[in-house]
Design a protein around this ligand. Structure first.
Ligand SMILES: C[S@@+](CC[C@H](N)C(=O)[O-])C[C@H]1O[C@@H](n2cnc3c(N)ncnc32)[C@H](O)[C@@H]1O
Length: 223
């Protein structure tokens, strides 16, 4: 393994805001579940999750813009998470944390109604049929999100991928969920949303290739 990757893994271990729970810790009950505000953030601020966050550009930006809110980025890849963890640690940000794990475990990490907002920036589209259950907007994932979200929540999705975006629109419609906003070309809309304020690592590559960025906001009917 590349030396840089190994160094980032080692540094992740040293960060106080970086969690890499082992299987048994997840299975036996994650210690912060239903206790993030009380035991970790030590405030009553609402919690936003960034799922498949990579370098966590959204969490980092939003945590700086909204110091009264709390942010948790989740991704499998330690070397990507390291970037967001390092920047937020060096900037002494105390309203952001990271979990290296599968998004599938989200309802093991958070309790009912513990989360107010979810961002899903540029998820892997997983377009081949057996990959459907791995799509972060599949009905199986939406069910897990419903387990942790407050009724008055919001979920944001940004993607370059049209079939994946259309799949998500269909999933929202067929599940009876509430579509709050959608566009096939975000940067040609006259909106002042946070969605236009941040370009993630993957988004920059898609923009360089001239791709149009799709964006939607929705609310689950069963949270
Ligand atoms: C295309 S990248 C996008 C990363 C980042 N959001 C961005 O826009 O630059 C997709 C990310 O999702 C993560 N990912 C995919 N499936 C995941 C899962 N089931 N659980 C956790 N992370 C996942 C990958 O590790 C990867 O970092």
């Amino acid at each position: 393994m590349a030396k840089r990757k190994l160094l980032s893994f080692a540094e992740n271990e040293s960060f106080p805001h970086f969690f890499q729970p082992r299987y048994h810790e997840i299975k036996d009950g994650f210690s912060l579940k239903s206790a993030w505000n009380e035991s970790y953030f030590k405030n009553d601020g609402p919690i936003t999750l960034e799922l498949g966050c990579g370098k966590a550009e959204f969490s980092y930006y939003l945590a700086g813009k909204y110091p009264e809110r709390n942010f948790v980025g989740i991704d499998l890849k330690g070397a990507r998470l390291w970037r967001g963890a390092k920047d937020s640690f060096e900037n002494k940000m105390n309203n952001i944390a990271f979990i290296r794990s599968h998004v599938q475990n989200v309802n093991h990490f958070f309790g009912p109604q513990e989360v107010e907002e979810i961002w899903i920036p540029f998820p892997d589209p997983q377009l081949h049929k057996p990959g459907e259950r791995k799509r972060l907007t599949s009905s199986g994932f939406l069910k897990r999100y419903a387990d942790v979200l407050k009724p008055d929540h919001i979920i944001h999705l940004k993607t370059d991928n049209r079939p994946f975006f259309e799949y998500t629109l269909e999933t929202i419609a067929s599940g009876g969920h509430q579509l709050l906003f959608s566009t096939f070309d975000l940067y040609n809309e006259n909106v002042d949303y946070d969605a236009v304020k941040v370009q993630t690592f993957y988004e920059k590559q898609f923009l360089d290739q001239g791709m149009e960025i799709k964006y939607l906001q929705f609310r689950l009917n069963n949270a």
